[in-house]
Design a binder for this molecule. Structure first.
Ligand SMILES: *Cc1c(COP(=O)(O)O)cnc(C)c1O
Length: 349
């Protein structure tokens, strides 16, 4: 497939020389050196030194686990930072546009707003799949990014790979597949296809399955050419020392993560079955994520009732195609029991 990255990088980024930090100019080889180059406080407290700007320890483990090379990886302060970097690297304000597929993750729209980029919305079809023909019809030479959230938030389903392939093959900008929920899905990551599609960008996060929303660690996987562009504009120390250390601990304890994911998956099944028996629930949508979208009789009313009973869910009724829907995140077995009890109580009253 022919794809020329030079054609889509912003002009100012093309000519940019990135900030060169002390830790870029002298990369430690492990030998005992006296570090007097970064104006740090020399008294050790665990965080008195600047973190590794390239997060090499973390990336080497992630590269192996994700089946990509280190040069195909960029880490961010959450995947939200990665998404913002994509806008700033490839979209010329007030000139370029991006394409998003509502109902979907709200950050794409927020980021297009803050970066002064037109957001062209193409609704998903009634069965929550991308409308390939309309998407390609809306795209023009200024369409730099296409955001595909799969599994999709808030609907929970994954998009059919045939549709994604059509988009990868025909969209002229970068196709960004947001895989925040991939660890809950049965199918494999699109990151396995990086060699085949030079315009593919895959984002993942430690915020969901890995249980580390608090440390803010996002993963971007793409061709080394795309990663090199993002590296030029990223803040030098965008992933702090505490995040790198806790993130590394967690990815090295991958069996624990997998155990938690399988627990969440069996709880998701239990919750789905229970929801299907609730009289005011009209539809439980199939899900590949750690949440379940449900159509109810009156979402605003049921949302308030649940709140009064001490359960906070997400009311998605204002989203397109999501009228009267609530989104339930799968909790611990105890939390799900509590939810199910509350749903039963609300059903009899
Ligand atoms: C939760 C979520 C993210 C996570 O963003 P982080 O900044 O990594 O916490 C990204 N995309 C989608 C679709 C999400 O639902």
């Amino acid at each position: 497939m022919s794809f020329n990255i030079e054609k889509i990088v912003r002009d100012n980024v093309k000519g940019l020389k990135p900030y060169s930090s002390a830790r870029d100019e002298y990369v430690s080889d492990g030998s005992q050196m006296v570090f007097l180059d970064a104006n740090e406080n020399p008294f050790e407290n665990g965080v008195n030194r600047y973190p590794d700007p390239q997060q090499r320890s973390l990336k080497s483990v992630l590269a192996e686990q994700k089946g990509v090379r280190v040069e195909n990886l960029l880490l961010g302060n959450g995947s939200d930072e990665v998404l913002d970097l994509l806008f700033r690297a490839f979209c010329e304000p007030k000139q370029d546009n991006v394409i998003t597929l509502p109902p979907t993750y709200g950050m794409y729209k927020v980021l297009s707003g803050t970066n002064a980029i037109e957001n062209r919305e193409v609704l998903l079809t009634a069965d929550f799949q991308p409308d390939v023909e309309s998407i390609l019809g809306k795209a023009d030479a200024q369409s730099k990014l296409l955001f595909i959230c799969s599994p999709n938030n808030p609907t929970g389903n994954s998009f059919k790979s045939a549709y994604i392939i059509q988009l990868l093959e025909n969209f002229k900008g970068l196709v960004v597949i947001d895989e925040a929920y991939i660890d809950f899905a049965e199918h494999e990551s699109w990151a396995t296809q990086l060699q085949a599609y030079p315009n593919l960008v895959v984002t993942q996060t430690l915020s969901k399955a890995y249980g580390m929303a608090g440390i803010r660690l996002g993963i971007c996987m793409a061709s080394s050419a795309v990663i090199a562009v993002l590296n030029k504009i990223k803040p030098p120390y965008n992933v702090n020392e505490l995040t790198q250390a806790r993130g590394l601990q967690r990815v090295n304890d991958i069996e624990k993560v997998q155990w938690e994911v399988s627990n969440i998956l069996s709880e998701r099944n239990k919750l789905t079955t229970a929801l299907q028996q609730v009289p005011f629930v009209q539809l439980v949508y199939p899900t590949d994520a750690n949440f379940v979208l449900v159509k109810v009789d009156d979402a605003n009313k049921r949302y308030m009732e649940l709140l009064k009973m001490g359960v906070v869910v997400r009311n998605r009724t204002t989203q397109p195609l999501c009228e009267n829907t609530l989104r339930f995140t799968v909790g611990t077995p105890e939390e799900n029991e509590k939810l199910i009890t509350v749903l039963k109580e609300l059903s009899v009253s």
